[in-house]
Write a protein that binds this ligand. Structure first.
Ligand SMILES: [Mg+2]
Ligand SMILES: [Zn+2]
Length: 178
């Protein structure tokens, strides 16, 4: 059996795939950024893995529950699917030290800048770490990428497709090819 190792693009969610309006947890509040769907499809079409890694401290703070996050991610997947795109897996951190839910008000290893969500994805999937990259809109995203040993790219608005395409091209060919 051959295990196919694929590079991955890790997308931060709020501020990268959608405009960060603060604690977005419903489809009504979710607005895709410029060419976000196309960016995900570009990752799919290249044969790379596409992950979402998102801090959702709103759960620890009691603003919404994990079921809201799951519902929103299902909705996102449906929207992407209508355009021939998909996210391979969604990872979120529900924790925050200032949370009102005791069991979630902890110093965890998954809230970015901790790399826990990235490492979990790398555990769950066969990921070519050398070529993988993260797209984030905050220094804490880039720090999580650094700690996971992958490249981080800052998204500052504009076409997400263009940034993703350039970042993937800069990853070069798979090891062993030239
Ligand atoms: Mg963000
Ligand atoms: Zn966490």
């Amino acid at each position: 059996m051959t295990i196919i190792i694929r590079p991955a693009v890790f997308f931060d969610r709020d501020g990268v795939l959608n405009h960060d309006a603060g604690y977005v947890h419903t489809p009504e509040a979710f607005v895709w950024t410029d060419e976000a769907v196309e960016a995900v499809r570009h990752v799919n079409d290249a044969g790379w893995l596409a992950f979402v890694v998102t801090n959702q401290s709103g759960i620890a703070r009691g603003y919404y529950g994990p079921e809201d996050v799951a519902r929103l991610h299902r909705w996102m997947q449906g929207e992407l699917g209508r355009h021939g795109a998909h996210i391979d897996a969604y990872y979120y951190c529900p924790h925050h030290v200032d949370g009102c839910k005791a069991e979630l008000a902890v110093e965890c290893s998954c809230r970015k800048p901790q790399p826990g969500m990235l490492l979990a994805a790398m555990d769950d999937w066969s990921v070519d770490r050398g070529r993988s990259l993260l797209i984030g809109d905050k220094p804490s995203d880039l720090e999580a990428a650094r700690r996971a040993g992958i490249r981080g790219c800052l998204y500052q608005g504009g076409s997400l497709l263009r940034l993703v395409r350039e970042a993937m091209a800069a990853a070069g060919p798979p090891a062993g090819e030239s």
